[in-house]
Design a binder for this molecule. Structure first.
Ligand SMILES: Cc1ncc(COP(=O)(O)O)c(C=O)c1O
Length: 454
C-alpha cells in the first residue's frame, strides 16, 4: 500500500512544548541526539520492538480525593442514610446543586440512569401500547426504561459519522402510537438536537434526552438535558461524575419535575399523599455524599477533557484510517465520557480491527471496540414477541413490522468500526499522555503493512 503523507516522524515535529517529556522516551528515533534510545522503537512491540508506553498508567477513575472520603465518613457517622430522614441531607443538597448547574428550579435524583429514564417515561404518562423512538447504539438501560413501562422501544438507524440517531431515520419510524423521541447523546456528545426538536414539534412528540453520558455537554450554548422536555443522567462509576450507581432528571417544567419526584418516590408526592404508580427509585445518602464530594473541580476536569479531546483530534487529523466522532455544528462542549474514532481498515492494509487493537495493546495503549452490537441484535426483540401482554397491547401485525424493521445497517457499521478510549480518567492526563496515545497509533499506522502478520 502506498504510504500516506502522514507519519510519526511528521507528527513528532509538531509535538507541543507540554509533551517535551516524551522526547526522552525510547520510541522517538527521529530526535537523533537522544542517547536514551534502547531496543528497536520503530519495530512493533508485538513483533519484538520497544513499546511506546510500557506500563502506561492513566489518571485513576473513579475520581477520589479527601473531600469524597470525608463526605462519606460524615454521612456514615451522621446516621442519616436515607433521604427522607433529613430535608438537608446529602441527596437533597445534591439535587439543589445539580439544579443550579443546570439552571433549573429543581432536579430529582434516582438510584441509576435507567431509573431516571423510566421516571421520565412514567411521569410523561407514556406506557402500555405507546411507542418511543430511540437509538439501538446505547446502554441496555435506555431500552429497558421503556420496556418496564410496557411501551415499545422503536429503534432508528444512525448517522455513521456521529454515531448518533439520524433525524431522517427517526421521522420514518413515527406511527400513530409514537409518543416521544429519546435521543441518546452517545459518547457524551450532542445529537443533532435542532433537527430532532423540529421533528418533535411537527409531530407533537415529547423529547426525553438520554444524557446519561453527557454531563456538562453543550449544544448551541444550552446544556444537554435542558433542550427537550426532560433530561436524564447517570452517575454509574465509569461516568465523568459518579457515585457507583445513581441518576438524576432535570427540566424547566416544574410540574413535570413534581411528577418525576412522585414517580421516583414510590408514587408518593412531596405532600405525603400516595398519588400514582411508581417504584422506589430513591438515591441513598451515601451516593449523595460521594457526588457532593466530587462536585468541587468537576467543571475543571470537564475542561481538561475537552482540551485533551481537541488536542487528540488536531494531532490525529491527518491519519486517514482513524476518523474521530463527528461533532455537529452547534456543539459548544462535549462531555468526552468516551473518545471515539471509526477504524477504516482500508487505510490499515485491510487489517481487521482486532489486529490494530492487539498491536496497540503491545505498545501499552488499550482501546476498546465498545458495544459489540446494537440492541436491535439482542434477544429481547424476540422475547417481547412471545409475551401475551405485548401481543395484546400492540397486535401481531405491529410486532411483525417491528421485527422486520430491525435491519439497521448503519448501526452495524458503527459497531464494526468503533475504536474507543474510556475517557473519564485518561482524558484527565497531561499532553504527554496524549502524545503517548498518538505516538502508539502512529507507530501502528506506520507499520500497517505488518499488521496482517500478527
Ligand atoms: C447512554 C446511556 N443510557 C442509559 C444508561 C443507563 O444508566 P445506568 O447504568 O446508570 O442505569 C447508560 C449507562 O451506561 C448510558 O450510557
Amino acid at each position: 500500500m502506498k504510504k500516506q503523507n502522514f507519519s510519526r516522524r511528521k507528527f513528532i515535529t509538531t509535538l507541543s512544548a507540554g509533551s517535551a517529556a516524551v522526547a526522552a522516551s525510547a520510541y522517538m528515533p527521529s530526535f537523533g541526539n537522544i542517547s536514551v534510545v534502547t531496543g528497536n522503537p520503530d519495530k512493533l512491540a508485538i513483533l519484538g520492538g520497544t513499546p511506546v508506553a510500557k506500563d502506561k498508567v492513566w489518571p485513576e477513575w473513579p475520581y477520589v480525593d479527601e473531600r469524597v472520603v470525608e463526605e462519606v465518613v460524615k454521612t456514615t457517622r451522621s446516621g442519616i442514610w436515607c433521604r427522607i430522614q433529613s430535608p438537608t441531607g446529602t441527596v437533597t443538597t445534591f439535587e439543589n446543586e445539580f439544579a443550579k448547574i443546570y439552571g433549573t428550579n429543581t432536579s430529582v435524583s434516582t438510584g441509576s440512569g435507567t431509573q431516571a429514564l423510566n421516571t421520565a417515561v412514567e411521569a410523561l404518562g407514556i406506557g402500555p401500547g405507546d411507542e418511543i423512538i430511540t437509538s439501538p447504539y446505547t446502554d441496555p438501560g435506555t431500552i429497558q426504561s421503556i420496556l418496564v413501562s410496557r411501551a415499545l422501544p422503536v429503534m432508528a438507524d444512525l448517522d455513521t459519522e456521529s454515531f448518533q440517531l439520524d433525524p431522517a431515520e427517526v421521522e420514518k419510524k413515527i406511527t400513530s402510537r409514537t409518543k416521544a423521541i429519546m435521543p441518546v447523546h452517545i459518547m457524551g456528545q450532542p445529537c443533532d438536537m435542532q433537527s430532532i426538536m423540529a421533528i418533535a414539534k411537527k409531530h407533537n412528540l415529547k423529547v426525553i434526552e438520554d444524557s446519561c453520558q453527557a454531563f456538562l455537554a453543550e449544544y448551541q450554548g444550552k446544556l444537554l438535558g435542558t433542550i427537550g422536555d426532560v433530561g436524564c443522567f447517570s452517575f454509574q462509576t465509569s461516568k465523568v461524575f459518579c457515585c457507583g450507581e445513581g441518576g438524576a432528571l432535570v427540566s424547566h417544567n416544574d410540574e413535570l419535575m413534581d411528577k418525576c419526584y412522585t414517580v421516583m418516590n414510590h408514587g408518593t408526592a412531596k405532600n405525603g399523599k400516595t398519588l400514582t404508580i411508581g417504584s422506589k427509585y430513591r438515591m441513598n445518602e451515601f451516593e449523595g455524599a460521594v457526588l457532593l464530594g466530587q462536585l468541587p473541580g468537576v467543571k475543571e476536569r470537564h475542561e481538561i477533557r475537552n482540551r485533551n479531546a481537541k488536542y487528540l483530534t488536531e494531532k490525529l487529523k491527518g491519519c486517514p484510517g482513524l476518523i474521530p466522532q463527528k461533532l455537529y455544528e452547534g456543539t459548544t462542549a462535549g462531555s468526552f465520557y468516551l473518545y471515539t474514532w471509526s477504524y477504516k481498515k482500508e487505510h490499515f492494509n485491510n487489517a481487521p480491527r482486532d489486529k490494530f487493537f492487539k498491536a496497540l495493546a503491545a505498545e501499552g495503549i488499550s482501546l476498546s471496540p465498545y458495544i459489540a452490537n446494537g440492541l436491535h441484535r439482542e434477544p429481547w426483540t424476540d422475547h417481547i414477541q412471545t409475551l401475551t401482554e405485548y401481543k395484546k397491547l400492540f397486535g401481531n401485525a405491529r410486532l411483525k413490522k417491528f421485527q422486520e424493521e430491525l435491519h439497521l445497517p448503519k448501526c452495524d457499521q458503527v459497531c464494526d468500526e468503533m475504536v474507543m478510549l474510556w475517557a473519564s480518567g485518561p482524558l484527565l492526563g497531561s499532553l504527554a499522555d496524549m502524545d503517548d496515545l498518538i505516538n502508539a497509533i502512529m507507530k501502528v499506522y506506520d507499520n500497517r503493512d505488518k499488521l496482517n502478520s500478527i
